[in-house]
Ligand binder design. Structure first.
Ligand code: NAD
Length: 482
């Protein structure tokens, strides 16, 4: 049994009150580790360590910071296999996905923000012969970073990397559901040369450790990724202390296919968009909208592409879809399917042919429903599992109305060869991330975030670094004013 401890002030420590939480491998249902159950006193200890480290870290030169960030990236690359194995075991995600997509992206996040720092520049201008103005950006102090279980280290690093690059020190709270890789990540940060207290990781429940971090008066900046309900509570709590807050929340994303699209490509990408990581990605396309004239052809191809996805043991190299992340999440997704007032086109049950090892695991077949009422729980609420619906539309205005018909506004994928139409939709689709003839093509320089109830603020590019800094407009008057 592995013990996952907090990382505070450059050392592993247990929870102050000696509490533990069990950590289960969802593909087998077996507990393989326990993690420290952090409370407000652990958070306070970590915040004090981060506060003490701040004056020195915030004054490091760009070259020093860049070199530690790059060293950390290289260490993550060197330990990719080990981290990917742990991530797959902890979250039930296919090992091939963890090794080829998620862990490399963790390293890339550090490399990217090191490079962003190297290229950062601020405005400076004159408003008269003797008056000079510029923007001075100072790191905002201790940053609180809270991340979810679906892409555990990938999303944690997407916050921690820009915060450290900005000159902040960090207290991070990973999800209690998938704490394993964050612990190894912490240890590697010490090897990379981050001074003690610069990066601290506190495990624990959201309602205990997470909430204590959000409320802590010495943490002026909170970057949160997780569910919309949690995000709303955090926004209320942060508002009371005027904390700067970034909220990356849930989605219920439309995948819109027009009759003039490349139907083959659209169908295979729709299957990938719906079922990657068992549908547990905030950007997954769970509402597939198809122009009626191509619906029969599209549906046939979508079902074939879905059938070709192998659900199985996440530890096997050829698995496309692993287990769901936990028993409670599995039950929630299964209940959403069973309660849906529609027709099941495929899936809905436990996949056949799982190995013995996975007998007690939380697996669901990729599931597609149709004939759902326009407004019902499965169409309006985020399910966050391997479940998608298909619905026909008759023209562009109906497609747009359906695409925008939820309280969420995270991502949209639009498939058409008509560029005029694509351009019209870009202006009207209520989403923070829009793909045309693509899904999940990401460039870290582009803004990332949601509209409506999918969040507040944008991450990505230099904006992520600026989020953790306080800009001051500085004016210098030179010479004798008389
Ligand atoms: P969650 O909101 O339950 O938990 C997220 C994190 O917040 C965890 O670390 C949790 O411990 C912590 N937390 C919970 N309650 C808290 C509180 N009161 N105060 C402070 N912290 C608290 O979300 P989850 O179930 O872990 O993740 C799934 C959700 O995350 C989905 O809704 C998904 O769409 C969303 N998500 C969004 C994005 C995005 O970029 N928009 C990316 C990935 C996941």
């Amino acid at each position: 049994m592995m013990d996952l401890l907090h990382w505070i002030d450059g050392a592993f420590v247990p929870a102050t009150n000696g509490g533990w939480l069990p950590v289960t491998e969802p593909a087998t249902g077996q507990t393989f580790a326990r993690c420290a159950a952090g409370t407000a006193s652990d958070i306070d200890r970590a915040v004090q360590a981060a506060r003490s480290a701040f004056p020195t870290w915030s004054q490091t030169t760009t070259a020093e910071r860049v070199s530690i960030l790059e060293r950390f990236a290289a260490l993550i690359d060197d330990h990719c296999d080990e981290l990917a194995t742990l991530e797959s075991q902890d979250g039930g995600k296919p090992i091939a996905r963890a090794r080829s997509v998620e862990i490399p992206r963790v390293a890339e996040n550090f490399r990217f923000f090191a490079s962003a720092l190297r290229h950062e520049h601020n405005d400076a201008f004159t408003s008269g012969p003797n008056v000079l103005h510029w923007t001075h950006r100072r790191p905002r102090g201790v940053a609180g970073c809270i991340s979810p279980w679906n892409l555990p280290l990938y999303l944690l690093s997407w916050k921690v990397a820009p915060a450290l690059a900005a000159g902040c020190t960090v207290v991070a709270k990973p999800s209690e559901v998938t704490p394993a890789t964050a612990t190894r990540f912490a240890e590697l940060s010490g090897e990379a040369g981050f001074p003690p207290g610069v990066l601290n990781i506190v495990h624990g429940l959201g309602s205990e450790a997470g909430s204590a971090l959000v409320r802590h008066p010495d943490v002026p900046t909170i970057s949160f990724t997780g569910g919309t309900t949690t995000g709303r509570d955090i926004a209320v709590s942060c508002a009371k202390q005027f904390k700067r807050t970034s909220l990356e929340l849930g989605g219920k994303n439309p995948f819109v296919v027009f009759a003039d699209a490349d139907v083959d490509r659209a169908a295979s990408e729709a299957a990938r968009a719906a079922f990657s990581n068992s549908g547990q990605i905030c950007l997954c396309g769970s509402r597939i909208l198809v122009e009626s004239s191509v619906l029969p052809e599209f549906q046939e191809k979508l079902l074939a592409a879905t059938a070709a996805m192998r659900v199985g043991d996440p530890a096997e190299e050829t698995t496309h879809i692993g287990s769901l992340v936990s028993e409670s999440h599995y039950l929630k997704v299964k209940q959403a399917i069973e309660a849906a007032p529609g027709t099941v086109l495929c899936g809905g049950g436990r996949p056949n042919g799982l190995p013995d090892r996975c007998r007690e695991g939380w697996f669901l077949e990729p599931t597609i429903l149709t004939n759902l009422p326009e407004s019902c729980a499965l169409e309006d609420e985020e399910v966050f599992g391997p479940v998608a619906s298909v619905r026909a539309f008759s023209d562009e205005s109906e497609a747009l109305r359906l695409a925008n018909a939820t309280p969420y506004g995270l991502a949209a994928s639009v498939w058409t060869k008509d560029l005029d139409r694509a351009h019209r939709l870009v202006q009207r689709v209520e989403a923070g991330v829009i793909w045309i003839n693509a899904w999940m093509v990401r460039d870290l320089r582009t803004p990332f975030g949601g509209a409506k109830q999918s969040g507040l603020g944008r991450e990505g590019g230099i904006e992520s670094v600026h989020f953790f800094q306080e800009p001051a407009g500085v004016t210098l008057r030179l010479g004798d004013p008389s």
